[in-house]
Design a protein around this ligand. Structure first.
Ligand code: GLN
Ligand code: ZN
Length: 767
């Protein structure tokens, strides 16, 4: 029985990759230094896995920006607009690569970046391959071969990891009409064959093909492409050992297809899809090795050794010791790097730490699991098993995890707790007393988080500022923002969110059941890493979280001050979530905490409260058949958070980067009095879903893009609003930007909002 890893984090244990890349982009370091840091990270990762005792160690899992982009470069799938970047004297392959990732504005050239999107249902973003009709591919970059050779020089024969040909094509986007991307399989395959023969010449033993799309809904054509591709590869290399890696879900109705492919090792995810083991065991061909994905690659919890051993034994019983491998469920790039770097008790107490494993610890877990099966060095291994049992069992009963009052409250929830007192048609009439004009103007919540504001928070953290000093500065900043909003005559004001570091972290820090790591960084895209909060226990709210600042801001003005909260689904979605109860249960607990906050805001005299849910859509399961179940509990959680108030309190919600067509019924079911959405980049096209549905509640379609410093013209916004009015009656329309303004500067923000308010006033004249 071998252990294999599917991929190791490449950011470096001290985020070395981020630092060197950002320095290079800022012209502060040279090309050679970047390459050297990459080399060091790879060497460290390989050695660490070797020393831990991993049998099959991956290569080509390293990437300077994104592994999908690496493949596009490798296959020569380079959009034409980068030709001049390639030709520019002095530019290296890496410069072209970064140009594709980030755009290129230098020496008179101005080329936009390739598009970026989410990697399945993770928070990792990849660069979308661009395909045109009849697209040709050729080996452009030899990264895969170079890195295999590099490891070999270090004495490690690795298993190169490639995105499989079908998944690579399905990840891409057709940039013109008249063809389907999957048709390109015939053009693409020769490059795979070319790469494989080069690896073969270097005596590679195993090659891993990642085909996560096998856990998704596939068309007949996709299935044919799978059969074709793997048959061709097998034909060209009868002896090469192919590892086919599937992850993020069950093979389900693709199981028969997958089991029929001519590969040597099939890897399946048994964390996301524990139940598929029996079916997979039954479907496999006799000589296929089954790789069990047991160690959670997407979360931070320690593996339950007893449970894993029993699963492994079940597989061994069916297939024999030599036909079973063990592995993490998926690549470890979705896990933070090393728990040993969490040395600060204040962040993560020893009690919580004993339940966690980051990537390095997960690698060690695999090695231990193997020893438990093969009976090597029994004394120390058995001790590890004992320690593991203790940690697992005290997590089941720990007082910091289990709060009977919270569990009881969830159990006692009644249907009416997730419904407003009256339907929208009644609330609408009561809310007329708010006396808001047609085309009421507002913003999404945050105002510029300047370097200065962030420096105050840093000083509070390191002790330079006392809490009083910090609060005083935040109060001043809030007051300035309120006064300025009054001056330009916005209708519904916000306090500006200056006291918040991040829209999830701010709430997590004040809720029980959340912990924060110091070094739990995970790559989000390129050099950007995020440090998600850890939800380890039952969630409750010991004290009000936003009432002080909101009430203070309201006291400065006679206009309406909008309370600003993050919704339960978004808090859940952007955290590491506990695995000892369903996500829906955790979400409901968060919803109750937010509900209490909403009620406290209402009691403090706040008449309009926004509950942001930008992450509702990204929580959708990968398989369509599971959507409705998710939407049911997610919408319900939002409604629990929003339904504790009186009819005349106006509840807003906000969503960005969303399409609404296929979930519009659920959006309507959320029954927010007002929803503000990002629409300007789509020229209001996203509104059509609401129009077609005859969405009854009020809507604020974003009238300008906040992602760029460009100040929009009044006429542009008027044009967008007129367009909106053709599909949504004006009584239902609000006027606001696409999203929060925290990443913008004050100068452009002021100019843009002045124009926005004037645009709304022009629109009122047309009524
Ligand atoms: N209220 C938040 C803000 O304005 C919303 C952010 C978001 O939608 N991502 O910053
Ligand atoms: Zn937003």
């Amino acid at each position: 029985m071998l252990t294999q890893n599917l991929g190791y984090p490449r950011i470096g244990s001290q985020r070395e990759l981020k630092k060197i890349c950002e320095n290079y982009w800022a012209d502060k370091t040279g090309y050679k230094n970047v390459l050297q840091v990459g080399k060091n990270i790879r060497r460290e990762n390989w050695n660490l896995q070797k020393e831990a005792g991993i049998d099959v160690i991956p290569s080509n899992d390293f990437s300077f920006y994104d592994h999908v982009l690496d493949h596009s470069l490798t296959f020569g799938a380079i959009p034409r607009r980068y030709n001049e970047v390639i030709l520019k004297k002095g530019n290296e392959e890496l410069d072209l690569y970064f140009a594709m990732a980030r755009g290129y504005q230098k020496e008179g050239l101005d080329v936009v970046a390739m598009e970026m999107t989410k990697w399945f249902d993770t928070n990792y973003h990849y660069i979308v391959p661009e395909f045109s009709k009849g697209q040709a591919f050729k080996l452009f970059s030899t990264k895969i071969i170079d890195e295999f050779y590099e490891a070999k020089q270090l004495g490690i024969t690795t298993k190169p990891v490639l995105i499989g040909p079908v998944s690579y094509l399905l990840l891409g986007k057709e940039k013109e009409a008249g063809f389907e991307k999957i048709d390109l399989i015939k053009n693409l395959l020769p490059v795979y064959i070319d790469i494989l023969s080069r690896l073969d010449a270097l005596d590679a033993e195993y090659v891993q093909f990642d085909e996560p799309f096998l856990t998704l809904d596939l068309t007949e054509k996709d299935k044919k492409a799978y059969e074709y591709a793997y048959k061709e590869i097998r034909k060209a290399f009868p002896r090469l050992k192919i590892v086919l890696a599937t992850y993020f879900g069950a093979l389900g109705n693709n199981l028969a297809l997958t089991a029929s492919l001519p590969v040597n090792v099939l890897h399946v995810d048994l964390v996301r899809a524990e139940d598929q083991l029996t079916d997979v065991l039954a479907a496999l061909k006799d000589d296929t090795i089954l790789s069990l994905g047991l160690v959670d690659g997407r979360n931070i919890w320690k593996n339950d050794f007893e449970k894993s051993v029993s699963i492994i034994n079940q597989a061994i019983e069916k297939r024999g010791l030599d036909k079973v491998w063990i592995a993490p469920s998926c690549s470890l790039i979705h896990a933070p790097v090393d728990l040993d770097n969490e040395t600060n008790e204040k962040n993560l107490s020893a009690e919580i730490k004993q339940w966690l494993a980051y990537a390095k610890q997960k690698i060690a877990e695999l090695a231990t699991l193997k020893k438990l099966i093969t009976n090597e060095s029994p004394a120390s291994t058995l001790q590890k098993l004992e320690e593991n049992k203790v940690a697992i069992s005290n997590r089941k009963i720990s007082k910091i995890i289990h709060n009977p009052a919270v569990k009881a409250r969830v159990l006692a929830l009644k249907e009416e707790d997730s419904e407003r007192l009256s339907p929208f048609s009644t609330r609408k009439i009561k809310q007329r007393e708010l006396n808001l004009p047609l085309y009421a103007t507002t913003t999404i919540g945050s105002f510029p988080q300047t370097a200065e504001v962030r420096s105050w928070r840093a000083k509070l953290k390191n002790g330079t500022f006392s809490a009083e000093e910090y609060d005083h500065l935040i109060a001043q900043e809030t007051e300035k923002a309120v006064k300025w909003q009054e001056e330009i005559d916005l209708d519904v004001l916000v306090h500006g969110e200056f006291e918040r570091n991040d829209m999830v972290e701010y709430f997590g820090e004040q809720l029980d059941g959340f912990a924060f790591s110091k070094n739990g960084w995970v790559q989000s895209y390129g050099s950007r890493c995020v440090k998600p909060p850890i939800i380890f226990g039952d969630v409750s709210r010991p004290e009000p979280m936003t009432v002080k600042w909101t009430a203070y801001a309201q006291s400065l003005t006679s206009k309406y001050m909008k309370g600003m909260l993050t919704g339960p689904v978004t808090i859940l979605q952007w955290s590491f979530v506990r695995n000892d109860q369903p996500r829906s249960e955790t979400c409901t607990q968060i919803a109750l905490a937010i509900r209490d906050e909403v009620c406290d805001l209402e009691n403090a005299g706040i008449k309009i409260i926004q509950i942001d849910e930008p992450a509702i859509r990204e929580g959708l399961p990968l398989r369509k058949a599971e959507w409705q179940n998710y939407l049911n509990w997610a919408v319900k959680a939002f409604k629990i958070s929003a339904s504790g108030v009186k009819d005349d309190t106006q509840i807003h919600t906000h969503m960005c980067y969303s399409e609404f067509n296929d979930i519009i019924q659920s959006i309507a079911d959320m029954d927010a009095d007002v929803i503000t959405i990002e629409t300007s980049r789509s020229q209001m096209e996203l509104l059509d879903a609401f129009a077609d549905f005859k969405y009854p509640n009020e809507i604020g379609p974003g009238v300008y893009d906040i992602h760029s410093p460009r100040v929009p013209k009044r006429e542009e916004m008027i044009r967008l609003l007129k367009k909106a009015k053709t599909v949504i009656p004006s009584e239902q329309l609000w006027v606001n930007p696409d999203c929060g303004l925290k990443t913008r500067g004050w100068d452009e923000t002021k100019k843009a909002l002045i124009e926005m308010v004037e645009a709304a006033k022009e629109m009122r004249k047309t009524e």
